[in-house]
Design a protein around this ligand. Structure first.
Ligand SMILES: Nc1nc2c(ncn2[C@@H]2O[C@H](COP(=O)(O)OP(=O)(O)O)[C@@H](O)[C@H]2O)c(=O)[nH]1
Ligand SMILES: [Mg+2]
Length: 405
């Protein structure tokens, strides 16, 4: 085996030298960043040290010979190197070219190992493309746009949406033939996101509807929200409200709603199965508005979603509101939203905004599942800690500091 060491500025430089010196069969055994010159190891110039090798004829026949990568592997590596060359990112480590002991006849094990290597290289390639994208963001995005992008990613706004926003801003910037400063980026981003939310921003409770159902996972705040809304409807609007609860899995759950019912002087009906519903509605015939509480279940299971849905069938116009807490995990919230949206539920109420500083999930869910947000709840106090959803206020929370307004 012939081994040669190269000290270059960037990896692509070494690749062409290796090709010329050692031929196309050469492989890179190692590469690392080093410093050349300088004083006691400091202030040196950054360089890359690349060790390459090529097998000699004699060794090729030996039993323990190292096999060079397959053509597929080589093709992928070639692509990676081209990507690196294009992006001029000298510091990117190349994937280590694999050397695998040869086995005389192709065996399952060998195929498996080869597949493993191909997968590894594919992963590396994806990682490199991502790095290149980040690098190119840093090259092409202005400081204010980069800061906005970083913030929105921390806010867990979906990457696709972040990219769409940044692309729109870049386009607007191009048309105005100048670079937006912080204030302009903030104001334009506000306008664009408010525009996205515009179709969903008039989702107050439908006053035509007499029955409102509240569904959602355990502990998100359904019962508390019902109490808050009931207080608003009775005290502020003078409406006659009635409660129904089907949350009979926990005794305490009924007691919790009963306590609010007593305080607000609202009649409460408890139903154990869909069969009890007509009677409950009959009892509450004279009420202007009926708020129905349901049990939180594992709504990642479609069965539970359809079960709760069967409880919500009423003869008269009704509306179902999905309650989601912002303290939930974004992915869990998305699964629940998707399940319920399949059943035609399109209203959502977000709770516990007071317990987080990450608000991206609201935007993601509204846009992805076409959900109309009715309210935002930010605290445990009944009845004060709830307000109708306001896109403007929400976008300010998402984008942070409103000092530019
Ligand atoms: N911090 C905060 N806590 C809330 C909010 N809404 C409800 N909670 C609390 O969350 C807990 C569960 O609420 P509950 O109404 O019983 O949830 P349910 O299981 O969905 O009916 C209670 O301790 C509530 O006081 C909110 O907006 N913010
Ligand atoms: Mg409850």
């Amino acid at each position: 085996m012939r081994v040669k060491r190269y000290v270059v500025n960037a990896l692509p430089e070494a690749v062409s030298m290796i090709r010329t010196d050692l031929g196309k069969d050469a492989v890179i055994l190692d590469s690392k960043e080093i410093r050349v010159g300088g004083f006691m190891g400091m202030f040196g110039k950054k360089k890359m040290e690349v060790i390459a090798a090529v097998e000699t004829g004699a060794q090729k026949n030996a039993e323990t010979q190292q096999r060079k990568p397959s053509p597929e592997v080589n093709a992928v590596v070639e692509q990676i190197l081209q990507t690196a060359q294009r992006s001029n990112t000298a510091v990117m480590e190349p994937p280590q070219l694999p050397t695998v002991p040869i086995i005389e006849k192709p065996s399952d094990k060998r195929i498996e190992r080869e597949q493993f290597i191909i997968d590894e290289i594919r992963d590396l390639r994806e990682y490199m493309v991502k790095l290149t994208k980040q690098q190119s963001d840093h090259n092409t995005l202005s400081e204010p746009l980069l800061a906005l992008k970083d913030r929105l990613i921390l806010q867990e706004m979906e990457h696709e949406l972040v990219d769409k926003l940044i692309d729109t801003l870049l386009e607007e910037q191009k048309q105005s033939e100048r670079i937006f400063d912080n204030k302009e980026v903030w104001l334009n981003a506000t306008r664009i996101i408010e525009g996205w939310l515009e179709p969903y921003s008039k989702a107050q409770l439908n006053t035509e509807v007499r029955v409102l159902h509240f569904v959602g996972p355990t502990g998100v705040g359904k019962t508390t929200t019902i109490a808050k809304l009931a207080a608003e409807q009775t005290i502020k609007l003078g409406k006659k409200v009635g409660f129904i609860t089907s949350d009979t899995y926990r005794i305490a759950a009924v007691d919790q709603l009963r306590t609010y019912a007593n305080i607000l002087n609202v009649p409460l009906e408890v139903v154990f199965s869909p069969m009890d519903l007509p009677k409950a509605h009959k009892q509450l015939e004279s009420r202007d508005l009926i708020l129905m509480d349901t049990a939180g279940r594992n709504f990642r299971s479609e069965l539970h979603v359809s079960e709760v849905n069967s409880l919500l069938q009423t003869k008269e116009p009704s509306e179902t509101i999905l309650v989601l807490s912002l303290t939930g995990k974004t992915t869990d919230m998305a699964i629940v939203a998707e399940r319920f949206s399949k059943f035609g539920i399109n209203k959502v109420l977000f709770t516990k905004l007071d317990e987080t500083i990450v608000y991206g999930a609201i935007l993601n869910l509204i846009l992805k599942y076409e959900l109309y947000p009715t309210h935002m709840a930010s605290g445990q106090t009944v009845p004060d800690d709830i307000e109708p959803f306001q896109a403007k206020k929400y976008v300010q929370m998402l984008l942070g500091a409103s000092e530019y307004e």
